[in-house]
Design a protein around this ligand. Structure first.
Ligand SMILES: Cc1cc2nc3c(=O)[nH]c(=O)nc-3n(C[C@H](O)[C@H](O)[C@H](O)COP(=O)(O)O)c2cc1C
Length: 350
């Protein structure tokens, strides 16, 4: 572990199901379940969620103070991240023997309130749910190159079905021409993003070593920037802030896209906050399904994040709806976890 990161940044990953307060009050049980929600992935590891427990119900809020106005001006990825946290919470509720009852966007006057979640009737989790629950503490974004090993078709087909069940779709990029075209868009996205000093400054702010105390953001080992620029941590943030490193990063990511066994696009029929929220649930399900059998993933979302490239990706895919996330999937070496804020830091008290 990097000596600049305090060990408490990682304790959330050591959550044990044995600590579930079986005899506790519903509020205590709900608070415990949030330990799983906070392990979800999020753009730049911003962890843009807040929770409140009231009347035996969890309220899930988007924390827009953690928005990324340059990279994600509409809070699309922010909402996807909250959807991923919701899926973790649902799996935890099912694991501890209850039906998860969810009402999304319960208050039309409060767009920050994304969901009400409460414990329904007792119910036994399915085998798949058990597997996904057990995988949550092992899921990490893996930006390293993957082995050239095929991913079983059955896994891909299960992933596709699961995304449909969550109200989204997953399209596998098939054929060399299409894969090359998508990889070119990824590289173009990198060049456009990294030529923008505002984008670079925002990215650097979430990689910078000042995030040690806040238990969020991306350590340099996770961002694979080290492969690109072999400097010490504070210097990396300085370099990203100051120089246009787009061409190098574009070439690196193009190679990663082409070298990965599977490149896939997760999308939705609509492009609304509700669709983004569902996309987040679908995304986390895909990530957990993969990790459960040792398949890692990382994100190459540049052609969706760069507004003028998204229609080009839509044309290439020739599919109705809106691409939301681009994933590369494959078998890779183990990677370290990224920091997490504990439940007490994301729980609103009033
Ligand atoms: C909606 C969303 C968008 C993301 N976009 C990117 C991305 O464009 N590039 C990238 O390298 N990682 C991306 N990530 C991965 C996050 O950086 C990662 O989840 C976060 O740093 C926490 O690390 P972990 O996934 O290992 O827990 C994204 C994650 C989410 C949920």
């Amino acid at each position: 572990m990097s000596k600049t990161l305090t060990s408490s940044s990682f304790t959330p990953w050591n959550i044990s199901e044995r600590d579930f307060p079986k005899l506790g009050s519903p509020s205590e049980q709900l608070e415990f379940l949030l330990n799983y929600a906070i392990l979800a992935p999020s753009g730049h590891n911003t962890q843009p969620w807040l929770f409140r427990i009231a009347h035996e119900t969890i309220e899930l809020y988007a924390d827009r103070t953690r928005a990324l106005p340059v990279n994600d001006p509409l809070d699309r990825e922010l909402t996807i991240s909250c959807g991923a946290a919701l899926l973790n919470l649902q799996l935890a509720i099912r694991h501890f023997g209850y039906t998860d009852v969810v009402k999304t966007f319960p208050n039309p006057d409060d767009s920050d309130l994304l969901a009400h979640i409460w414990l329904g009737d007792p119910r036994e989790e399915t085998e798949e749910e058990h597997l996904l629950f057990a995988t949550m503490t092992r899921r990490h974004t893996n930006r390293l190159p993957f082995q050239n090993w095929d991913i079983p078709e059955t896994l891909l087909s299960i992933m596709k079905k699961s995304t449909i069940a969550e109200g989204a779709w997953l399209e596998i990029i098939e054929g060399e021409d299409l894969r090359n075209a998508v990889a070119d868009l990824i590289a173009e996205g990198d060049r456009i993003q990294l030529a923008d000093p505002h984008f670079r400054r925002e990215l650097a702010a979430w990689i910078h070593s000042s995030r040690i105390i806040t238990r969020d953001g991306m350590p340099t080992y996770a961002k694979s920037i080290r492969q690109l620029l072999d400097f010490a941590t504070p210097i990396i943030a300085h370099v990203i802030r100051t120089f246009d490193i787009g061409r190098g990063q574009a070439a690196h990511n193009r190679e990663l896209a082409l070298g990965s066994p599977v490149l896939a696009v997760l999308g939705t029929e609509e492009d609304t906050p509700a669709a983004w929220f569902s996309a987040g649930q679908a995304l986390e399900r895909v990530l957990l399904l993969g990790q459960a059998v040792g398949v890692s993933a990382s994100f190459l979302n540049q052609p969706i994040q760069v507004i003028q490239l998204r229609p080009k990706l839509q044309t290439l895919l020739n599919k109705s709806g809106y691409p939301q996330i681009i994933l590369r999937l494959g078998f890779g070496s183990q990677v370290k976890p990224t920091p997490r804020r504990g439940v007490s830091e994301v729980l609103l008290h009033e």
